[in-house]
Design a protein around this ligand. Structure first.
Ligand SMILES: NC(=O)c1ccc[n+]([C@@H]2O[C@H](COP(=O)([O-])OP(=O)(O)OC[C@H]3O[C@@H](n4cnc5c(N)ncnc54)[C@H](O)[C@@H]3O)[C@@H](O)[C@H]2O)c1
Length: 360
């Protein structure tokens, strides 16, 4: 299995695995005369991943470590502002490098911090969750939430490279692992039926073979992004499950009575409900929607929503980034591996989609 990927979209960058990745990083540090190097971690990756990362580099002994609190609730402009002050106080300049060592919160926020600081400094992503390895650290989307709304502020910009080392996953809690697995299943659902079927048989937890699956997921995402970086068309397919999923994630984040859901967990509910919408609007066979529901409910327990909760989730759809001219646009599927974009659905279908999720 090939372990090197290249994406050429605007500025080219590589997604590299393990030993090869660290070698490439050492070459980068030798060839680029960085004036100073900063490593961004959150409280969990500082404890669990930073020692492993620093073992690889004597060159980074003097690097400053910037720490943010772990969790989606910190993916905000306030955290960015604190980091910009710290960078400034520590003498960072336009030739500084920021290394983002963490999950999707660190890579999304760190990429944005780097892109805006002094109008842009180099950054490298070192994802440490399965979700950030297969999704968040690649593709160029960076940014933060605004109030309770997901990913409203951000830009598209690329890292110098992405380093994937699955040793970091050894300390990842199981529910976080499952969250990444949900995004991998999404790659199969939208683009590759055989991959979806293969993932069903596959027990990713504690597997020695996870590199190959991560490689395949990243390949799927990179192929789509390379064709449509700014999401005018094809890239929208990566949002399957995310229209309702982001609204559900947002609603749960802001509602103290409901347990906060992991990103992948919310997206899984989004994929079940949007699979139902696909049966009504794109001719998806109901047995496939039932299969998708069974798969995701086998990973995450069902969440109890009331009718009022669901009405509030539907109301949040008006903030979705794919909307245009006041209309909510969904990404659905005709069949496994066959996506459809820009689909408007009748509002009564949204209520039925909720019933589909809730019923046994
Ligand atoms: N930019 C994109 O294209 C894109 C795509 C998908 C998701 N995202 C974003 O990614 C975020 C979700 O990413 P995530 O699931 O990685 O969340 P996260 O970054 O919050 O990480 C999940 C938890 O795991 C901890 N953690 C990380 N690595 C660890 C390790 N190796 N060992 C132990 N603990 C570890 C973190 O501290 C955190 O508590 C969301 O904000 C989502 O919007 C972005």
């Amino acid at each position: 299995m090939k372990k090197t990927l290249s994406v050429i979209s605007g500025e080219g960058y590589e997604v590299l695995f393990s030993g090869k990745a660290y070698d490439a990083m050492r070459s980068l540090l030798e060839t680029e005369p960085y004036s100073s190097i900063f490593i961004l971690v959150d409280t969990h990756t500082k404890a669990n991943c930073l020692p492993l990362f620093l073992e690889q580099f004597t060159e980074l002994k003097g690097a400053d470590v910037l720490v943010i609190n772990a969790g989606e609730e910190n993916k905000h402009l306030k955290t960015c502002q604190e980091l910009w002050y710290q960078l400034s106080d520590l003498g960072a300049d336009r030739k500084s490098l920021l290394i983002n060592l963490g999950g999707g919160v660190v890579t999304d926020l760190g990429g944005f911090v780097a892109a805006a600081f002094k109008r842009g400094i180099d950054f490298v992503n070192v994802p440490t969750t399965l979700l950030s390895m297969v999704d968040a650290s690649v593709g160029g989307k960076t940014g933060v939430d605004l109030g309770g709304l997901k990913n409203q502020i951000g830009i598209i910009t690329h890292p110098k490279m992405v380093i994937i080392d699955t040793h970091y996953l050894n300390t990842l809690p199981e529910n976080e692992y499952k969250s990444g697995y949900a995004e991998m299943l999404k790659h199969g659902i939208i683009r590759d039926e055989a991959y979806f079927e293969k993932l069903l048989e596959y027990k990713p937890l504690n597997s020695n073979n996870i590199d190959n699956y991560i490689h395949h997921s990243v390949s799927i995402k990179n192929t789509v992004v390379a064709e449509d970086l700014y999401e005018s068309n094809l890239r929208k397919i990566l949002n399957f499950g995310h229209t309702l999923g982001h609204a559900i994630e947002t609603y749960c984040l802001n509602n103290p009575k409901i347990t906060t859901l992991l990103h992948g967990e919310a997206i899984a509910i989004g994929m079940i409900t949007e699979a139902y919408l696909a049966t009504q609007n794109c001719g998806l066979d109901i047995t496939v929607a039932e299969q998708i529901k069974k798969v995701f409910l086998g990973i995450f327990p069902k969440v109890s929503f009331t009718n009022d909760d669901w009405a509030a989730v539907i109301d949040l759809l008006k903030y979705d980034k794919k909307n245009s001219h006041g209309k909510v646009k969904f990404v659905l599927i005709h069949a496994l591996g066959q996506p459809a974009i820009d689909i408007e659905v009748p509002s009564e279908n949204l209520v039925d989609a909720f019933d589909f999720y809730q019923r046994h």
